[in-house]
Design a protein around this ligand. Structure first.
Ligand SMILES: [Cu+2]
Length: 191
């Protein structure tokens, strides 16, 4: 091995280290409130190599299926019955809601989830329709985004929200770790 090969190998290894440590995975949370304005749970969002992993813990919900969607605006005003969150998040306004709708789904569409008979809901789901980063696929546009839980199941075809009834819980999505944040990067390097 000559010296320039050694230098080249060292450079590639250093570049690999930088790639592994410099970019913390983006992370976000949404504190969910009910229509009375009181807290009913928490959703966490983590960027993974396959998409955004969303984990939801909520309580006080009617048992059964509940449509879940990311809506377009970071605003959860119970006085508006959470219509303040706007329509379902989408990068293309013409796209219909629903996994089974022709031309759908919208980027904010998520599979519906189920509350147990005691009203608790624990869900884990993954989507690659949007990211938590800073790029074109990010949900962190100028007006942010909210997670909405609806009263009923999502039929995945009806407009605008899968015939899923009222919006009964809402949480604005707040980014806690952004890609390239120095604090997160240094924490990771010391692990
Ligand atoms: Cu919705």
């Amino acid at each position: 091995m000559n010296n320039s090969t050694r230098v080249a190998i060292a450079f590639v290894m250093a570049a690999g280290l930088v790639a592994a440590t410099a970019a913390p995975r983006a992370h976000a949370v949404a504190k969910l409130i009910g229509l009375n304005g009181k807290p009913i749970g928490l959703a966490t969002f983590q960027q993974t190599p396959r998409g955004v992993l969303i984990e939801i813990d909520a309580r006080g919900l009617p048992p059964g299926a509940h449509a879940m969607m990311i809506h377009t605006t970071a605003s959860c005003d119970p006085k508006t019955s959470f219509t303040s969150a706007g329509p379902v998040f989408s990068f293309e306004q013409a796209k219909p809601h629903g996994y089974l709708a022709t031309g759908g789904p919208r980027a904010g569409d998520l599979p519906h989830q189920f509350a147990a008979s005691d009203g608790t809901l624990h869900a884990s789901t993954l989507t690659n329709a949007f990211s938590l980063g800073n790029g074109k696929k990010s949900i962190f546009d100028r007006d942010g985004a909210s997670l909405i839980i609806h009263a009923e199941a999502d039929d995945y075809t009806s407009q605008p929200d899968g015939n899923s009834g009222r919006r009964i819980a809402c949480g604005t999505v707040i980014r806690t770790v952004a890609p390239g944040m120095r604090k997160g990067a240094s924490r990771r390097m010391h692990k």
